[in-house]
Design a protein around this ligand. Structure first.
Ligand code: ATP
Length: 252
């Protein structure tokens, strides 16, 4: 057990969750490595939801509210860290939840479905029991998407995604929102909106933003989206990292 007064308590608790999920078959080996990469960037970002992240969250909230068929794509890391928030988000948006995995096995899909159902999800797409279609430009099985889920979606939230799939989803005409701690990743650069933040901090803020912005008029929400520039916002996230470095003893 990690003592509560440990200076890295929050980060170590997340590690424990990831380790547990790995042992339960929810996460592939590569999921642990992806988490480690995320930790490194979180350290550099100061482990806080930065101003550029908040800006991206507001815009993502507006896009999700205006979406006709929003879908939340879930992988092992997302299920391990924020399954309850995924279900809450789907509820307030009337969005669908779909499992899509880089290292897919029927056992892992079943384990993730179980986690989501235990978190309260009534419907989980991306299992083998429903019809699927192919997204072009990807090799199977990741190219398989649910016919009524991602295939039909106009806006897709794909946290912790890889660049190829993000690119393929954008090429398929989807508006892609991602949550990725690495502002330099291919996903971050390819997505329509990138929230550079830890998914455990970003999801509750996103849920609150949606609750708040739901009262806004459509034109006001559209304005938020039009005024957002993803590349500029990514640059601001990078600047935060540089600022943190300059403030540290190493930078002096
Ligand atoms: P790309 O192909 O986009 O360059 P990648 O190969 O760097 O991606 P993957 O392993 O496919 O990365 O995806 C994992 C991404 O998720 C990494 O960029 C990592 O920083 C990020 N990540 C890991 N854990 C978290 C987390 N808890 N919250 C947000 N992002 C995270």
């Amino acid at each position: 057990m990690v003592p509560k007064n440990h200076p890295r308590y929050k980060s170590l608790m997340l590690r424990e969750k990831i380790e547990k999920a790995y042992k339960e078959g929810i996460l592939a080996d590569a999921g642990m490595i992806a988490h480690g990469r995320g930790e490194a960037f979180d350290y550099l970002l100061g482990e806080k939801t930065t101003k550029p992240a908040k800006n991206a969250i507001q815009t993502a909230a507006a896009s999700l509210i205006l979406a006709e068929n929003p879908v939340i794509s879930v992988n092992g890391n997302t299920a391990a860290l924020v399954s309850r928030e995924v279900v809450k988000l789907a509820d307030i948006l009337n969005a669908r939840i779909e499992i899509n995995l880089f290292h897919s096995t029927p056992e892992r899909v079943a384990a993730i479905e179980d986690v989501l159902k235990k978190a309260g999800a009534e419907e989980v797409l991306g299992t083998e029991s429903e019809p699927s279609e192919l997204i072009e430009g990807l090799s199977s099985p990741r190219a398989n998407v649910s016919l009524v889920g991602i295939y039909k979606a106009d806006v897709v939230l794909v946290p912790l995604e890889d660049g190829d799939r993000t690119e393929a989803l954008v090429a398929a005409g989807k508006f892609v929102i991602t949550i990725d701690l690495n502002p330099l990743s291919r996903t971050s650069k390819k997505a329509s909106i990138t929230i550079v933040d830890n998914i455990v901090r970003a999801m509750p803020v996103l849920i609150d933003a949606i609750k708040h912005l739901k009262r806004y008029r459509v034109e006001e929400l559209r304005k938020l989206i039009v005024n957002f520039n993803n590349s500029e916002n990514l640059e601001k996230s990078l600047k935060k990292i540089i600022e943190n470095y300059m403030k540290s003893d190493v930078g002096s």
